[in-house]
Design a protein around this ligand. Structure first.
Ligand code: COA
Length: 218
C-alpha cells in the first residue's frame, strides 16, 4: 500500500534533508560551514531571493522577471532547507548547487558551473545578504571548484568578475583561482556589458561523481 499523500511528502522531505552524498538525482557535499546540494524548488527560490537585492543586482544584472521583489523576497529567504518538491533547472547549460546553512536553517547562496559566453565552463555565484562580508565567499567559490573538478570531471574552470567587484575578486583568489587574461568584457543577462577580471583554476586529475552530469559538456 502506498503512503498517504502527506506522509509521502514528509518522507520525501526527510530523505532530501538527510542527503549528504551525490546520487543520480542530486549533487551533495559539505564544504566549510555549508552543505552544498542540488536545490529543491523552494531552496532554489530562496537562493534566487538571496541574490535579488539591489546591492547584488548591481553586479549580477538579471532580467527584471528573474529578480524576486519584496515582500516575496523576505518570505522566500525564510525557506527551510530540505523542504519543497524536487526541481529541474530551467537552464540546461548550468549545474547549480545551493549553500545550505543547516545550523541556522537557511539557504545561504548559490554557486554554479555553467557555460560561459564562449561555451567553456565557468563558475560563479552569490550569497544572501546576511552571509556577505564574512569571508564566506571563499567557501562558496571553493564549492564551485569542487563541483567542477570533483563532480563534473573538468580539468579547468574559469570565472569572471566585473572590474571593481573587489569582494568577488578577492573571494575567487582566496578560493584558489588565479588571475588570467581573458576577453575584456562580458554581458550580463540584462544586456549591460561590463569590463572583466578573469580567473582560472586547473587540476591534473579531475573526478566524476555519481550525481547528475553536466549534459552540455558531453
Ligand atoms: C561576491 C561575494 C560572493 C563575496 O563574498 P563575501 O564573503 O561577501 O566577500 P567579503 O565581503 O568577505 O570580501 C572578500 C574580501 O574582499 C574585501 N573587500 C570587499 N569589498 C571590498 C572593497 N570595496 N574594497 C576593498 N576590499 C574589499 C574584504 O575585506 C575581504 O577581504 P579579506 O579577503 O582580506 O578578508 C558576495 O559578496 C556576494 O554574493 N555579492 C553579491 C553578488 C556578487 O557580486 N556575486 C559575484 C558576481 S561576479
Amino acid at each position: 500500500m502506498s503512503a498517504p499523500p502527506l506522509l509521502s511528502r514528509l518522507t520525501r522531505r526527510g530523505r532530501l534533508m538527510a542527503k549528504r552524498r551525490c546520487d543520480r538525482r542530486a549533487h551533495a557535499f559539505t564544504l566549510g560551514r555549508f552543505l552544498f546540494r542540488t536545490p529543491t524548488a523552494w531552496e532554489y527560490a530562496a537562493a534566487v531571493a538571496g541574490g535579488s537585492d539591489p546591492a547584488a543586482q548591481r553586479w549580477l544584472g538579471w532580467l527584471p522577471g528573474s529578480v524576486v521583489a519584496e515582500p516575496m523576497r523576505g518570505e522566500a529567504l525564510r525557506v527551510v532547507p530540505g523542504t519543497g518538491p524536487e526541481w529541474t533547472t530551467p537552464d540546461p547549460h548550468s549545474v547549480d548547487v545551493v549553500a545550505l546553512d543547516l545550523v541556522a536553517g537557511r539557504c545561504a547562496g548559490l554557486v554554479s558551473v555553467h557555460a560561459g559566453e564562449d561555451g567553456g565552463p565557468e563558475t560563479g555565484g552569490y550569497l544572501a545578504p546576511a552571509y556577505r562580508g564574512r569571508g564566506l565567499g571563499r567557501e562558496l567559490f571553493a564549492a564551485g571548484l569542487a563541483l567542477a573538478h570533483e563532480h563534473l570531471g573538468l580539468t579547468s574552470v574559469r570565472a569572471g568578475a566585473e572590474i571593481g567587484n573587489v569582494a568577488s575578486g578577492r573571494s575567487l583568489e582566496a578560493a584558489g583561482l588565479r588571475r588570467v587574461a581573458g576577453p575584456p568584457r562580458y554581458t550580463l543577462p540584462d544586456g549591460r556589458t561590463c569590463e572583466a577580471w578573469w580567473y582560472r583554476h586547473d587540476v591534473p586529475w579531475p573526478d566524476r561523481c555519481g550525481g547528475p552530469p553536466a549534459k552540455w559538456l558531453g
